[in-house]
Structures are given as C-alpha cells and as structure tokens.
Ligand binder design. Sequence first.
Ligand SMILES: [Mg+2]
Length: 282
Amino acid sequence: MGGMTSRLQPPKRTVRAWLSDMDGVLVHEEEPIPGAADFIARLTGTGRPFLLLTNNSIYTPRDLQARLHRSGIDVPEDAIWTSALATAQFLDNQRPGGSAYVIGEAGLTTAMHEIGYVLSEREPEYVVLGETRTYSFEAITTAIRLIEKGARFIATNPDVSGPSIHGPIPATGSVAALITKATGVEPYFVGKPNPLMMRSALNRIDAHSETTVMVGDRMDTDVISGLEAGLRTILVLTGSTKADQIERFPYRPTHVVDSVADLVDLVDEWNDESQEVVDFAP
Ligand SMILES: [Mg+2]
C-alpha cells in the first residue's frame, strides 16, 4: 500500500452496493491484478450487491465469467453487466419487440435475442453496432444504406481502440466514425461514459446511487459516468489513468487508491448503518 491509501476518509454514507470496472481494475487482459480475487470473494461472501461492468460487447456474461474464472476470479454470471446488455435493455425500454440490423458478436446478438428483438436487414427500426473482430465491408455498407433510409443508429460503446496482446485494435467507436462519415448521422452510444450504463446497472441490482460506489481505472469513462449517475467513485491506479494525471481533469474521484487490494476490507468497514447519522455532520 502506498501514500494514496492513507488519506482515504471514511464515507459519509454507508456503502451497500458496489459497481466495478473489469479491465485495469480486476484484470489486465486475462492476468489477474493482486487483490482482485479477494475483493470479489469478500463481496460475494458478505452478500453485498455488486456488478462488474465492461464496455466490451463481444462476450456474453457466460464468456466473461469463464474468462474471469481462468484468472482465478469467481463471479456468478448475473454479476456481469456489459454494454451489450445495457444496449439491449435500453432498446427494450424504448421500443419493446422491435427490429434491428446488428453488427456484432455473440455478446450483442444474444442480448438482442433475449429481449425479443427481431434481427433483420429489412426495414429495421435500428442499426446496432457493437464490437467485433471481423468487420465486414459488406455489413458496414448495409448499415450505411439502412441508416440513410431512416434506421436509428445505436452503438454499444464509444471506445476507439481496445487492447490485444499484439497491440491496439480498432474498436466500436472507430467503426461508428466510419459510418458517421458516410451518412452524416451520429450514433447514440450506450456504454461508458454514458451514465445510462451506471443507471441500468443500479436498476439491475436494485441499488441506489447514494449508497453505491463505482470503482474504475479511467477518469474519462468510469469516474465521469459514476459521478454523473450520482455515485461516489474510487479510482484505482493499476490501469489507464496515472496518479499525476488526476488533477488535470475538471472533476475528481471521491477516493483514489493504489489498487483493488486496498478495497477488500472497506467492503465491511463502509457498510456500517451507524454511519448514516454522520450524513448531517459538517
Ligand atoms: Mg478499465
């Protein structure tokens, strides 16, 4: 533990539920970050409501559960919330039983099927773009033509690139930009930093913003969307944002810690009902 942790003040309100980003917080690719397994074990062991969030829309929760398991981190499938699930839920709320032309992998197509959407290229109500590793010029052309004919343009996440073992790879945001350039139509992005991703996660576990914290490694996605959804935020320094970059942002996380290992004991310490009274103290 370093100096950052020693300044951690107890929260003014009890913390009953936890949201956490995955990559850069719990794992680097498939490599576990020390403390991650203990943190998750503490959450599950004490029965605290929690959800692991990811902007990646390639995988189903079951795929991600298996990937985490290989990293020594065990979570139930329903504790994983992806931008694909959030996108499907958004569409289900907006136009239940609708139709969409989907570019994406199983993570997205499964989520769309589960909410009862018809996947079709015949006059769909939406074009929904997600992450894929095999972008097809033909599929992009179809998407462009459908949008020009009036289909509404939705994208699971705005990330322009993602990590791979060989280096960065183009992600949903880059392909969305290509379609935008061709059509003049901007997509509605559902994933982080859209606070919709946080709100849908809170609803999923029946949690309330004022008694939930969001843990993340990026100021410009995790912290800003947590903040805008009314959550307290914890930045860990094991991922994207470095300690010397924090003060350059026009907003701050509620807490900064070196790593997820510093959070293990806080799961119990911060869930103290007696702290509720501290709320009105100066
Ligand atoms: Mg991350």
